[in-house]
Design a protein around this ligand. Structure first.
Ligand code: VG1
Ligand code: CO
Length: 540
């Protein structure tokens, strides 16, 4: 086996976004594309020599090939050991856990999350730090710089590693350790939650449907829910990971998880429904006849933290991404918790968690997580809900009714305009940005603008500043609008418009409660005219 040095040249556009580098799969499969980026990761972290990494992905098309390439490049760079999930599979939270448990130097995760998979769909790659969390901006910036100057990379000439069975082998001087992707994660969940109480719940006839959406969470959910907690066989639907997620979008929201929604709203609905995304870090929560939005789910868990053994010593503080609704702020104020508002993307929570300032974090995009790992964690959120349901004996609908009664209700929705012409989207945001200073005091569709700014985040732990993190407009009467461009898409631009309206009344139709804010957003940004669309492509 010999190390080959391959001549290459920089490839444009290898700039990590909200969560790593995401591109069309065919682009990743093109000559040198993956290799250039992997070499740039190693360059950004000061090389791989003597280090131990975790490698795994969500099982989408090209996952295994990419794992083999990474192994050979890591071996060529002198890495000591790579820990790989069997079959090249690891959910994102399970990878984060392994990175931490095994005290490694980080990990490479292969996923484009909720984006569809397949030869003509999307692929992605990101690096997580030794704390288990996504590389922060100063590290991803170094990666991007390295992609601009790369002239060669090293790779070991070797046979493929056998990923199909657990055990240890060598590739050159490097150890390749294949582990059960579920075992350590399942053990961690048993430590965090009251499995006995949840087992009793299921033993008492409680019913559930978990839609794994043909993605990586299937084996985890089957082992934990059906295997360890005694949920009925068949509780987990679409539980076998497939390379193209059964041809669907593995995105757990009412649009893409429609079969689950239909079942939960139907006459024979189980007591509890949930789903997770391609790489297992997102979650959707549904009760019998009631959908719980991600912002409300975060707030509910914060309010019921006392029922969750993980938070036995106190919740301390919570953090939410800026576009996430302010529902959790109400809990933090009432319960005397620390509260932090961060830019979109899980990487901004890492410092707060490491520093012990917060123990629970969430994003409106169906991301919820806590201080057990440094990623959002889909199945964790589902187990947290099950623990609350078991401890209180209340239904999902009762829990939400009690919550809204106590804290008031923040109606919330996100409107996505996908595949918009990048220039038009940039101009829309640019023009509104330019007008922000003059907006306060003016009217928009009958509402007065109280405040308007572009969000910038000063990290209280390391003092770094992140600018340009979304435009926000606060309206009189409890309204708020946030606009930003997605950093995970692979085609054109995706404009996200986040809308919220706080109300004392808890029984309004969400669409009606938000109508005024929607009109104000249109009046402020001229979305229809500029995008050429009659309405959003996806409403969540
Ligand atoms: C989206 C979500 C963001 C999330 C990110 C990664 O980013 O809005 O909240 O952290 O995806 O999640 P953007 O830039 O497209 O809005 V995942 O589950 O796709 O890794
Ligand atoms: Co994801």
């Amino acid at each position: 086996m010999s190390v080959i040095t391959v001549e290459t040249s920089p490839i444009g556009g290898q700039k990590p976004g909200t969560s790593g580098l995401r591109k069309k799969t065919r682009q990743f499969m093109a000559h040198h594309y993956l290799e250039n980026f992997v070499a740039s990761i190693f360059a950004a972290i000061g090389g791989a020599a003597g280090k131990t990494f975790v490698v795994g992905g969500d099982g989408r098309y090209f996952n295994e090939r990419a794992v083999q390439v990474i192994l050979r490049m890591a071996a060529a760079e002198g890495a000591a050991r790579v820990i790989v999930g069997r079959g090249g599979l690891l959910s994102t939270p399970a990878a984060s856990n392994l990175i931490r448990r095994r005290g490694t130097d980080g990990g490479i995760i292969l996923s484009a999350s909720h984006n569809p998979g397949g030869e003509d769909e999307d692929f992605g790659i990101k690096f997580n730090m030794p704390n288990g969390g996504p590389a922060p901006e100063h590290v991803t910036a170094k990666m991007f710089e390295a992609t601009k100057t790369i002239s060669s990379y090293r790779i070991l000439e070797a046979h493929d590693a056998d990923l199909s069975t657990t055990g240890e082998a060598r590739m050159g001087d490097m150890a390749v350790e294949i582990v059960d992707p579920v075992a350590d994660y399942a053990a961690l969940m048993e430590e965090l939650f009251d499995f006995d109480a949840i087992r009793s719940l299921f033993a008492g006839g409680f019913t559930m449907r978990f839609d794994a959406m043909h993605a990586v969470t299937g084996p985890y959910a089957t082992e934990i829910l059906e295997g360890r907690l005694g949920a009925a066989r068949g509780t987990v639907a679409n539980g076998t990971p497939s390379q193209d997620f059964g041809g669907g979008h593995p995105d757990p929201n009412p649009i893409w998880a429609k079969p689950l929604m239909d079942e939960m709203m139907g006459p024979d609905a189980p007591d509890f429904g949930a789903a997770s995304d391609g790489d297992g870090d997102r979650n959707m929560i549904v009760g019998k006849g009631i959908y719980v939005g991600p912002s409300d789910s975060l707030a509910l868990l914060a309010s019921r933290a006392a029922a969750i053994p993980q938070f036995r010593d106190g919740l301390v503080g919570v953090a939410r991404s800026m576009p996430t609704s302010t529902a959790v702020d109400r809990v933090a104020r009432a319960e005397g918790l620390g509260l932090y508002e961060t830019p979109t993307g899980w990487k901004f929570f890492g410092n707060l968690l490491d520093d012990g300032r917060v123990r629970l974090c969430g994003e409106e995009s169906a991301g919820t997580g806590a201080d057990h790992v440094r990623e959002k964690d889909g199945l964790w959120a589902v187990l947290a809900w099950l623990n609350v349901l078991a401890a209180t004996g209340l239904s999902v609908a009762d829990l939400m009714a009690e919550f809204w009664d106590r804290y008031g209700r923040v109606y919330y929705s996100r409107h996505d305009y996908e595949g918009v012409d990048a220039e038009a989207a940039g101009a829309l945001v640019g023009d509104l940005r330019a007008r922000l200073p003059s907006l306060p005091g003016t009217e928009a569709a009958g509402r007065t603008v109280e405040a308007a700014d572009e969000f910038a985040y000063d990290d209280p732990v390391d003092g770094s500043r992140s600018e340009g993190q979304g435009l926000r407009v606060v309206l009189s009467g409890g309204g708020r609008i946030v606009l930003r461009l997605s950093g995970t898409g692979t085609e054109g631009a995706t404009l996200r418009v986040y809308l919220e309206q706080a109300e004392d009344r808890v029984d309004l139709d969400p669409a009606e409660a938000l109508a005024g804010v929607v009109d104000a957003a249109e009046a402020l940004a001229g979305i229809r005219a500029r995008t050429g669309r009659d309405g959003p492509d996806v409403v969540t």
